[in-house]
Design a protein around this ligand. Structure first.
Ligand SMILES: [Zn+2]
Length: 145
């Protein structure tokens, strides 16, 4: 019996999880900082099937992956959640790539970026708020919201 776990995940729950961990202050325009309420739905990406918004303030477009390690990747939300779960659990990259039906090259690259960010963000002194540490693991290096 096969368990196509990617297909069994709930889309809305995955998007909510991603927003919570990637954008703890809420999704907003990465170009000018305007809130999602100041944007409007623009289109849906073909491969990752994400909503794309156009900012009414600066006309920039963005989605859940903007300014994160997953920007420009074709992960669907379910694949993203399961991928991060697998990395955190220390699953081998080859197995993750197979299970989630993503290329091994992509899986390796994204894993390395996540791990590099996690190392950069290792604080000198313990943080009081672990969430800060977590979401910065997903941000593109050098990018600040
Ligand atoms: Zn904007």
């Amino acid at each position: 019996m096969d368990f196509p776990i990617v297909d069994l995940m709930d889309r809305a729950s995955c998007e909510a999880w991603i927003e919570t961990y990637f954008h703890p202050d809420g999704l907003k325009c990465p170009h000018c900082g305007a809130s999602l309420e100041q944007g409007r739905w623009f289109r849906r990406t073909q491969k990752s099937d994400l909503d794309v918004y156009r900012c009414q303030e600066c006309k920039g477009i963005y989605n859940l992956y903007s300014n994160t390690v997953f920007e420009g990747r074709y992960f669907r939300p379910e694949q993203t959640v399961l991928f991060i779960r697998g990395v955190c659990q220390g699953k081998p990259t080859a197995q993750l790539a197979r299970e989630l039906r993503i290329s091994r090259t992509t899986a390796t690259e994204v894993r390395h970026q996540l791990q590099a960010n996690a190392e950069i963000e290792q604080p000198e002194t313990p943080l009081e708020d672990e969430e800060v540490e977590t979401d910065e693991m997903f941000q593109n290096a050098g990018e600040k919201r």
